[in-house]
Ligand binder design. Structure first.
Ligand code: SF4
Ligand code: SF4
Length: 265
């Protein structure tokens, strides 16, 4: 086929017409999606009808733990260090579109690998390292179908109450933490601060300090590691602040709190 009889052309924004040149075809294997002779390439589609353990879903997010998964915790397949709490009112960033949204209820999830959205149990060579005993949500998920993984999450989710409800000391400490460091309250204070209520800075700083010192106190008292603190109290207000629109810098014993402009959040 010569340049003259090529049936492939693109009208560019300035009105000129682009036709693939012979050199283009020789050096770049033609235009993307077309064979070198200008015919559309045959396309192949992979159709899944079962899980081939590709890990796509494991790299996108981590599963919510349900009451159904309690057995995995009891057997030690999943330990208390592998999971963390997302509290009601926590602001989260979607791994799909990067948007932020508020979590409407407390949930417990498997931790991601630090700095990623990838599940802690995912290994690039093996895929899921607990595949035969993976959580309910993972077993139910069928990327090849329209199945909705879990319905009625509110009644099915595992909460800290299920895990620690029988241990008064821990239950009461979690309750106290929720009262003083409520994320809904934290968000309200920040929103008011953005609208000019400067005195909220002090209240926000007090919440952040209480959150940190309660963790230190219980860590010392129960001789537990930082890993478990994320299950008991979720992520620290200090860590979450930027998602809520604050920059917090520590200067010795003091905090410097700055509001991030909307477009920077
Ligand atoms: S369910 Fe997840 S791991 Fe299995 S094939 Fe689909 S995306 Fe891959
Ligand atoms: S538990 Fe296994 S299947 Fe589920 S997201 Fe993690 S790596 Fe994937």
């Amino acid at each position: 086929m010569t340049e003259e009889n090529s049936n492939f052309e693109i009208v560019l924004p300035d009105g000129t017409v682009y036709k693939p040149q012979k050199n283009d075809r020789d050096t770049h294997d033609g235009v993307r999606g077309y064979d070198p002779d200008g015919k559309p390439k045959k396309m192949t589609f992979l159709i899944k009808n079962g899980c081939d353990r590709c890990g796509e879903c494991c790299r996108r997010d981590t599963p919510i733990i349900l009451k159904e998964d309690m057995e995995l915790l009891i057997k030690g397949v999943i330990s208390e260090k592998d999971i963390y709490t997302i509290r009601e009112g926590e602001k989260l960033r979607s791994s799909i579109d990067g948007d932020t949204y508020y979590c409407s209820m407390e949930i417990i999830k498997i931790k991601p690998i630090f700095g990623t959205f990838t599940c802690l149990f995912y290994n690039p060579e093996e895929g899921c390292t607990i595949y035969e005993q993976r959580p309910y949500v993972c077993r139910q998920y069928e990327c090849w179908s329209q199945n909705i993984t879990v319905t009625g999450l509110e009644g099915k989710r595992l909460t800290r109450e299920h895990l620690f409800g029988d241990i008064d000391f821990i239950k009461d400490t979690i309750k106290k933490h929720e009262e003083i460091c409520s994320l809904n309250k934290f968000n309200d204070l920040i929103e008011e601060l953005k609208k000019g209520k400067g005195e909220n800075v002090e209240k926000i700083a007090e919440m952040i300090l209480y959150d940190l010192s309660l963790r230190d106190w219980i860590k010392e008292k129960l001789k537990i590691s930082d890993d478990i603190l994320y299950l008991l109290f979720g992520r620290t207000l200090f860590e979450l602040a930027s998602l809520f629109g604050l920059i917090i810098e520590k200067d010795g014993e003091n905090f410097i709190i700055k509001v991030i402009q909307e477009e920077e959040v």
